[in-house]
Design a protein around this ligand. Structure first.
Ligand SMILES: [Zn+2]
Length: 86
């Protein structure tokens, strides 16, 4: 578990979604731990935004015939090995 000061920023500093622009990771954690429905709602907003952006990127990579390179880069960035990510 991370120390509280390390979870004070947004869920994803590189994300532009409503949740990441307006709420800290610590606050969302508090909401989830106390079963406040807003926590799940904020996480859903972030997750849907992330998946939408990912699919937009996949579409571009397919059009440019770079999908396999992108796959390798994505797995490295998010800590998946090829074996684990299949
Ligand atoms: Zn986000």
């Amino acid at each position: 578990m991370q120390p509280m000061k390390e979870i004070g920023g947004p869920l994803d500093p590189e994300c532009d979604c409503y949740t990441c622009r307006n709420y800290t990771r610590a606050y969302i954690r508090h909401l989830v731990k106390t079963n406040e429905i807003l926590g799940v709602r904020l996480l859903s907003i972030h997750n849907l935004y992330f998946l939408t952006k990912l699919m937009e990127r996949v579409k571009i990579e397919i059009e440019q015939d770079h999908l396999l390179d992108f796959k390798t880069q994505f797995y490295e960035e998010y800590g998946y090995t090829q074996k684990k990510g299949k």
